[in-house]
Write a new protein. Structure first.
Length: 348
């Protein structure tokens, strides 16, 4: 079936950038970072540039630590707080822009998912979260963050956003608020047991996400800011009941809508981190709430045909784009393949 006439291939504006189609490369780890959280510049330029060769493509760079204390996992992941890290990213953004495309960077803090031994080795402090609630029954119990630390993390997000755009050359940033990230740990009541202004009710649990977003919007302008959530994901020990999920994430989305960010990125329930799971609850309440405020990115193991159906039928009255992760890793020319009905490689 030819998809050339699908709205997948109709132009759309996100913030202040004009895209030629609605196939987005989602944030997927490239495994190109070293132990100093630096991407190998030449490899990063080739990796991201090769996936940007269809002019007008939007790429979201892999989840990247906002600061040294925001990391603490055994796997090497990219950062954006040192000059070496910024140089590695700059080569990637230059390659993407040379191809006529655009790139945002996903900003990440892991919170309670950090390994205490890695944190001790790196001298980056305690494993912290919104509350002293472990990720698993056998897991390390994090320390609840103090007020001063919360403010410092908000500042870290703003600084990382400035580094990404002004120093590394990104077109904008996406705040990682899903899949058990630190922001998610403040948003969801399964972790957040606080009774101060950062917890205790729906509005207070949304506060950290919204204060981070406001700080980043104040730094870059809202047209350069996106936000990703995974309301139904159980990855990282997350997952509230249905009623609480809808009320909590609806409150968060209203707050984000009021900040007039460039887009919201929603993850389908069939994806839990890097793992496929059975499809569960629908994103429909959140899509309808966001409405036509700004574009909506949807992620979740879409095939090209399912992506076209989502845009042309299910959400034909919304400005929807589809984010592909693993399919873009194994098919750098994914946009060409989808447009021309070429078979996709599924190598991972």
């Amino acid at each position: 079936m030819s998809l050339v006439d699908s709205r997948l291939f109709k132009p759309i504006r996100i913030g202040k950038i004009d895209l030629s189609h609605r196939i987005v490369m989602g944030p997927v780890c490239s495994n190109l970072a070293n132990d100093e959280h630096v991407l190998e510049p030449d490899a990063a330029a080739e990796y991201y540039g090769s996936r940007a060769r269809e002019p007008g493509t939007m790429i979201i760079g892999e989840a990247t630590f906002i600061s040294a204390r925001a990391g603490g996992i055994a796997e090497a992941r990219a950062g954006v707080w040192t000059e070496k890290q910024i140089v590695g990213w700059r080569r990637a953004t230059e390659s993407v822009h040379k191809a006529g495309s655009y790139i945002f960077l996903q900003l990440w803090a892991v919170g309670r998912s950090a390994d205490p031994e890695v944190k001790q080795r790196d001298g980056t402090g305690d494993v912290v979260s919104s509350s002293a609630v472990a990720e698993t029954q056998e897991g390390h119990v994090p320390r609840a963050m103090r007020e001063k630390e919360i403010q410092e993390y908000i500042d870290d997000y703003a600084t990382a956003a400035r580094n990404a755009v002004e120093a590394a050359g990104f077109d904008g940033v996406e705040l990682h608020g899903g899949n058990g990230s630190l922001i998610d740990q403040f948003t969801q009541s399964v972790v957040n047991r606080r009774t101060d202004r950062w917890g205790g009710n729906v509005q207070n649990r949304s506060r950290f996400a919204l204060e981070v977003t406001k700080a980043v919007c104040d730094t870059l302008g809202p047209s350069r800011v996106g936000f990703r959530i995974s309301p139904w994901s159980t990855y990282g020990g997350m997952g509230m009941n249905k009623a609480d999920t809808i009320s909590q994430f609806s409150d968060l989305l209203v707050g984000l809508r009021n900040l007039r960010i460039a887009y919201v990125h929603l993850v389908e329930s069939r994806i839990a981190g890097r793992v496929d799971v059975d499809a569960g609850e629908s994103l429909r309440p959140f899509i309808d709430l966001w409405a036509t405020n700004s574009p909506i990115l949807l992620a979740g193991g879409f095939s090209p045909e399912a992506a076209a159906d989502a845009i042309d039928k299910e959400h034909r009255d919304k400005d929807v784009l589809i984010a592909f992760g693993r399919a873009f890793v194994t098919n750098p020319d994914l946009v060409y393949r989808v447009r021309n009905n070429r078979r996709l490689n599924y190598g991972i």
